[in-house]
Design a protein around this ligand. Structure first.
Ligand code: SF4
Length: 390
């Protein structure tokens, strides 16, 4: 399982704190900058030749905004993966895109991605309200999101996921319901998107939004409002036939994201690119978030200058397995919880209905009581429930 971080965006969104550099359309050197990045990434891939990247056969190219890259860069990256023992076909190969790139580059670009083995596209739509999109400093408007979706469908992308954001103080419940309905109706063919991810807006330190809050220019939505909008999200998507398989993720039957599901199962993965994180052999590692240092490390043939790592203690492993697993509808193995949680805390969570037995996991009926999960109605307060348990 491989994650590749693409450190470029055309502009920065108000709420975002992911590592990224501005990629300018006007800059004549942009193409050579992308090529330098591709060379450095290929060198990093080569540096891992022979390493076992976990048992899950997926590739996820995220960012940043991968869709700012030309197809030639994707070709080089996929070629480097193949040449160093990480080649496809992958069970799932996802690329994140922004709607405006898809509208600008059209069907031929998407077909090029499909030829490289991409079989899933995750598109950051975020809202269908143009005023809110402008406030978010997104580059696209709602019409572009619809047009991009139509292009992805016409090109034959088998799996499309749409990202949405709720919990903004200026987003009314009515607008949120309307956003969800427009997401469900985004396809000109009338088909539902295979997958929807929806995140509550959070104020990340260092983001433009954090400075708006600090200056008193913008106020966060109340917990009550966020909880209400989360309920609306759950009920609208449940009625439309989606399976709510992780706190922020909804899939039509058979369309769960395999790559992200593997994160929640605490699977091993290789993280590549500046700012990427990975997890191999009980060790977390990461590349510093600096494109220049990354390119320089590649030129010097020594990535150790930009890589950090830490061994997870057994307590950290338990904590992560419980925290990640209880985010999902499959929950966590009951014996694992009995072994690692204090008996009174576990008994009290079960008595209060904060944890319930899982009847169906991954489509297979398993004996009731072998796994415990947080029920959907309490997903919104899962952080509190998990904190009580561990
Ligand atoms: S949300 Fe996506 S497009 Fe916006 S700045 Fe962050 S990584 Fe870039």
């Amino acid at each position: 399982m491989i994650y590749i971080h693409i450190p470029f965006c055309r502009s920065f969104c108000t709420y975002c704190d992911f590592y990224s550099e501005i990629a300018s359309r006007c800059c004549k050197d942009e193409q050579s900058r992308f090529e330098r990045f591709a060379s450095a990434l290929s060198a990093e891939i080569a540096s891992y030749a022979g390493v076992e990247a976990g048992s899950v056969n997926t590739l996820y190219i995220g960012g940043g905004t991968p869709s700012v890259l030309p197809l030639s860069v994707f070709e080089r990256v996929v070629g480097a993966l193949r040449d160093h023992g990480f080649g496809g076909p992958y069970d799932e190969f996802t690329v994140e895109v922004n709607p405006d790139d898809i509208v600008e580059k059209g069907e031929a670009y998407v077909e090029g991605l499909l030829r490289l083995g991409v079989n899933r596209i995750s598109m950051g739509v975020q809202s269908f309200d143009d005023e809110i999109l402008r406030w978010m400093n997104r580059r696209h408007d709602s019409a572009a999101a619809r047009e991009a979706y139509a292009i992805l469908e016409r090109a034959g992308v088998p799996d499309i996921s749409v990202d949405l954001i709720f919990g903004l103080s200026q987003l009314s419940d009515m607008q949120w319901r309307s956003t969800l309905r427009q997401a469900l109706e985004i396809s000109p063919s009338g088909a539902l998107p295979a997958h929807i991810s929806s995140y509550q807006l959070s104020v990340e330190p260092g983001s433009a939004l954090a400075s708006l809050v600090d200056r008193g220019v913008w106020t966060e939505a109340s917990d009550e409002m966020c909880a209400r909008q989360y309920d609306i999200l759950c009920s609208e998507l449940r009625s439309a036939g989606y399976e709510h398989y992780e706190i922020s993720n909804f899939a039509l039957p058979g369309h769960r994201a395999r790559h992200n599901s593997a994160y929640w199962n605490h699977s091993q993965y290789l993280g590549l690119g500046p700012g990427a994180h990975g997890f191999l052999d009980g060790r977390r590692f990461w590349n510093n978030p600096s494109l220049d240092s990354y390119v320089q490390a590649a030129a010097e043939g020594d990535f150790s200058t930009v890589r950090g790592s830490e061994d997870l203690t057994s307590e950290q492993v338990v904590l992560e397995r419980v925290m990640l697993g209880l985010r999902t509808s499959d929950g966590v193995d009951a014996d694992f919880l009995r072994t690692h949680c204090a008996a009174p805390a576990l008994a009290s969570a079960l008595a209060a209905g904060d944890l319930v037995p899982v009847a169906i996991a991954s489509g297979n009926i398993v004996p009731v009581g072998t796994r415990f999960r947080i029920p959907e109605s309490r997903f919104f307060v899962s952080d509190t429930i998990i904190a009580e348990l561990i």
